[in-house]
Design a protein around this ligand. Sequence first.
Ligand code: GLN
Ligand code: ZN
Length: 780
Amino acid sequence: MLKHNLGYPRIGVRRELKKACESYWSNKIDSNQLFDVGKQIRKENWKIQEKSGLDLIPCNDFSFYDHVLDMSLLLGVIPKSYHSAVSSTTMMIDDHNIDIYFAMARGFQKRGWDIKAMEMTKWFNTNYHYIVPEFDKNQKFGIFSKKIFDEFEEAKIVLKSIPKPVLIGPVSYLFLGKEKENSFQKMDLIENIVPIYIQIINLLKDQGANWIQLDEPILVFDLSRKEIESFQYAYQEISKCCSEMNILLTSYFDGISENISLFRNLPIKALHIDLVEDPEQLESILNFLDNNTKKMILSLGIIDGRNIWKNNYVNSIKKIEIAMKVLGEKRVMIAPSCSLIHVPIDIEYEHSIHSDVKKRMSFAKQKIYELKDLEDVIKGNKNLLSKNLNSLEKTKNSFLFYNQKVKERVTQIKNKDFQRKSSFKIRQKKQQKKFHLPIFPTTTIGSFPQTKEIRSLRNKFKKKELRKEEYEKKIEKFIVDVIRKQEEINLDVLVHGEFERNDMVEFFSEKLKGFLSTDNGWVQSYGSRCVKPPVIYGDVLRYKDMTTKSICFAQSKTPKLMKGMLTGPVTILQWSFVRDDQPISTTAYQIALAIRDEVKSLENSGIQIIQIDEPAIREGLPLKKKNWKFYFDWAIKAFRISSSVVKDETQIHTHMCYSEFNDILSHIADLDADVLTIETSRSKMELLKAFSEFSYPNEIGPGVYDIHSPRIPTVKEIFDLIQKASNRFPIRNIWINPDCGLKTRKWDEVMKSLKNMTRAAKMAREKLLNNNPTPSTNSS
Ligand code: GLN
Ligand code: ZN
């Protein structure tokens, strides 16, 4: 029974990768220093995994930014504009390709060049983001990067065993990308791409590899005819042309029972399935393998790669034994359910978690050791079984924070609790009458640049080097400053800047009961951006004010409207590690009630506009359509429990980003927020098309520029986007705003960009108003 791992976190225990990348971007270190940091992280990761006794250790799971972008670089899927930059500067393939790579990820505004970053979107239903590959009709594929081969050599030196290179499989890679033109379908490219995969695999074979992992997570979807054919073609070819290589094909994030027949007569060596997300599939998969293949190995993904709770050995052993009974010991492998990049690295770096909770937790490193334990149990060490049971059972009652009142309040939720008092049309009239906002009102999404000064201020306070009063006074100074700047920019609806918040979820979790924060539980979100998800371990209770004091302070400093800023229940839930001992909807409603109380408190204190951010609503969506209804049912209810407590005159905003929303627009509308600000600029407002086809009923602020890149948008391009939007929505319903919060940007970028934005809005008011009759909603 081989033990293996699909991927190990690459950010470094101390977020070394983040620091190195950011230093490189700001020219503080050179590429060699950057590469050294990468090398160091890889070495450490390999050593840890080797020490735990893993049989197959992954390589090429490391990435400086994103493993999908690595794949694009490897295959030479580099859009033309970057090609031009490549040829006109000293940047060259290989040693220096890191600059092209980062240009694709972050945009390139240097030496006369002005190229935008490539589109980024969420990796399945996780909070990891990948750079979307772009294909043109005559897309050529080749081998454009040595990374995978170099990393294999490097791993060979560090490890005693032969490393297992990891690649995204060809069908998933094409599936995750997008066509730049309408004249072809990306799956048409399968015949061009497969030969390159074969070349890569054979080169690795020449270097001594005997196992290769090809990730095909799209197997969890309902596939089209064309995708199925592409899959069959790809793997027939690969297994025919790479017959000496052991191919391990992995799927994860859901079950693949519906697609298992694709493996009939497919001579791949091993198949990995996710038994955490879909334990039920084991039976049908075993059945299939038993009847249809006599050799294929089944890799059981039994350790949860997406949550931080310790594995329940009894449950896992049951699964292993069932599989062994059908297939025999040699045809079973065990592994985490998916790559471990979705969990923090090492629980031993946590010093402030109550020991009862900590005993139940397990991070990446611990999860690898759990595999060893499971193997030992199978070999007869039953002690480990009772030890595991003990740490799970014994602590169960001691740490769980029960709150009877919270539990009861959830059971007493009534229909009227998630219903605004009047319909949107009526609310809109009342709000317009009260606010007197201009047409095309301008606003931002909430956060403003988090400078070093602000971060060190928060750190000092956290370390208790600063008294609360002192800290708050200093934060207030930042608030006043950001208000003056917004007035200078001439924005219509202001925000307080979120300077007191390290992270939009962590901030609230620290103020609510039932949550704990880790010291060092970082997880990569995109590129160098990491998040530290809180852990929900008990009933959620709001027992004190969370935002009202600072929002009211901000409002007192300006005659303009100040928008209160909250994170929504679905996002708080989605970006936390969630307890696994009650239905997720119950946890969602508990959080929703806490936010509802905060909304009410803001309104009672005179705040008239409140934004409840739900950027994570899309990523929580189950991958299989058949499970959507159930999800939307509780998710929408949770949002509306938070938002529906206000008067008609109070305007509720919500914000969403980073996802494809086209297929869930009607559900977004069901949230019934008065204003939706939404990311569109990275996908060049394609989303708008879908929105007007659906005819979105409420007010909307399609993001007019991409804040994820340092590039400054011109007035003209923003104006053009506003014009595009005006063709799609009633003018009275359109807001002008960036596509996300500005916390990661620098102040001079923000000032320039926002000034261009308000200039474009002014221009739109002058030029577009007359061409386009104002819809009837404004006639009163
Ligand atoms: N209000 C948050 C901010 O501006 C929203 C962040 C997000 O959408 N991810 O930072
Ligand atoms: Zn956002």
